[in-house]
Design a protein around this ligand. Structure first.
Ligand code: FE2
Length: 427
């Protein structure tokens, strides 16, 4: 007797099978025949996938668009300035309310694990207090991992170093940084070294905003890879953005990529934000600013797409939909072959779960029964349609349902309804 059976779903690898769930865990992935369950969902060929995972977000800033004003230039630097203005006036209650609203959106979109940076440059640390509270409030359905992020510079902002350590003492999970925003290249490299040492001493993961600039001489990823090796942190360190790599000299990149691979750095490009914020000082040709995704994947480096922003000082759109993120990444990185498109789906599911170090994730017996059923037959169709999340299941419980979208047509001689499903053979 199962708590829940999902009948006849198409898994991302193409298998069509049943999934049995008991006690919040996946207990069977096989044909379950006439097995009984308290509840049965007929998936009948719909895609059943593990939940989406966003490895890069800012939940303290989300849904603040327009507070206290909008970003007129649209640049990263005006966004950082604007966020500084908002920090002066925001309250802890305000941050909690915005973050919980965002988590509702995420739950409805099948996004059940999020790594959020939280700014540690405010001496009151009210964003940290707020997101620790939210992490606890949503823990039954969203894995929320927090990164101590010195937005205004670990050394450049006078109290950031102290506050970042305080935030870790308060229970923030991951060590962050922003080396390209320190005053000098030397300070940037020193910040990478010290922050990695802090993580190693505490047994924590590292995730730095690294080289989020069009400056090809911004090479902090090299230091991050070196420190990762030196301190034995392989597999536990992430480099977010790495946009300078778009503009780097090809010969230098041919030396750099093996170093990133050896250090097992997880790489997190954020395509919605990178395509909007990078290349802003260019005339034409105007650089895309996305890091070298295909080249890193070809070397076996774990690359996952992050969302970064929804309705905040840096980005005026967004819906908590990781399919939007993957869709943009697919276009900007020109990942249009069937194999590449499937990889783009992995980059918002299994790859990002690996980045976050999620142990009980995935469609396998014994894993946590968190999954989603989409109105699509396979990952490529899910991307094309940004498919409706028909059911979202967290720890064995259905937490969200959305009806299929069918248009009602009034066209003579044509069917009365139209859906956008259209499966394409990959051969
Ligand atoms: Fe970010």
């Amino acid at each position: 007797m199962f708590d829940l059976i999902i009948k006849g779903g198409s898994l991302p690898d193409g298998r069509v099978t049943d999934i049995g769930i008991t006690g919040g865990k996946i207990t069977a992935i096989e044909s379950l025949g006439t097995a009984e369950a308290a509840r049965t969902i007929e998936a009948t060929g719909d895609l059943v996938s593990p939940p989406f995972v966003d490895p890069h977000f800012h939940m303290d800033a989300t849904l603040s668009y327009g507070l206290p004003r909008k970003n007129a230039s649209g640049t990263l630097l005006e966004g950082i300035g604007l966020w500084g203005e908002l920090k002066q006036v925001m309250t802890q209650e305000d941050v909690v309310a915005r973050a919980l609203k965002y988590c509702d959106w995420a739950a409805s979109m099948g996004l059940l694990a999020i790594r959020s940076h939280v700014d540690t440059c405010d001496d009151r640390l009210l964003g940290v207090e707020a997101l620790l509270d939210v992490r606890e409030q949503v823990k039954d359905y969203i894995d929320l991992q927090l990164v101590a992020f010195p937005q205004d510079g670990f050394y450049r902002s006078p109290t950031a170093r102290n506050n970042t350590i305080r935030a870790l003492d308060m229970g923030v999970d991951v060590v962050g940084g922003i080396p390209h925003f320190e005053r000098t290249m030397e300070d940037g490299a020193a910040s990478v070294k010290e922050l990695c040492e802090i993580a190693a001493a505490r047994g924590l993961q590292v995730d730095m905003h690294c080289d989020e600039t069009d400056d090809p001489l911004s090479r902090h990823i090299e230091t991050l890879a070196y420190e990762t090796q030196r301190l034995g942190l392989q597999g536990r360190v992430a480099g977010s953005h790495l946009t300078s790599m778009h503009s780097m000299d090809n010969y230098y990149v041919s030396k750099l990529l093996p170093l990133i691979s050896e250090a097992e750095i997880n790489v997190i490009p954020n395509p919605l934000i990178n395509i909007v914020l990078q290349g802003r000082h260019d005339t034409y040709p105007k650089r895309r600013g996305l890091t070298r995704v295909k080249e890193m994947l070809a070397m076996g480096i774990n690359v996952s797409w992050g969302q970064d922003c929804v309705l905040d000082p840096w980005y005026s759109l967004g819906t908590a939909d990781m399919l939007d993120v993957a869709f943009m990444g697919l276009h900007v990185a020109q990942m249009t072959s069937p194999a590449d498109m499937r990889t783009c789906f992995d980059m918002v599911t299994v790859n990002s779960a690996k980045t976050m170090g999620l142990q009980d994730y995935g469609l396998r017996v014994g894993a946590k029964a968190s999954l989603q059923i989409l109105d699509a037959s396979d990952p490529i169709e899910a991307l094309r349609l940004r498919a409706t999340r028909l059911y979202v299941i967290a720890n064995g419980r259905v937490i969200s349902q959305t009806p299929r979208a069918d248009a009602t047509l009034n066209l003579e001689g044509r069917p009365q309804t139209s859906r956008r499903r259209h499966t394409v053979s990959e051969n």
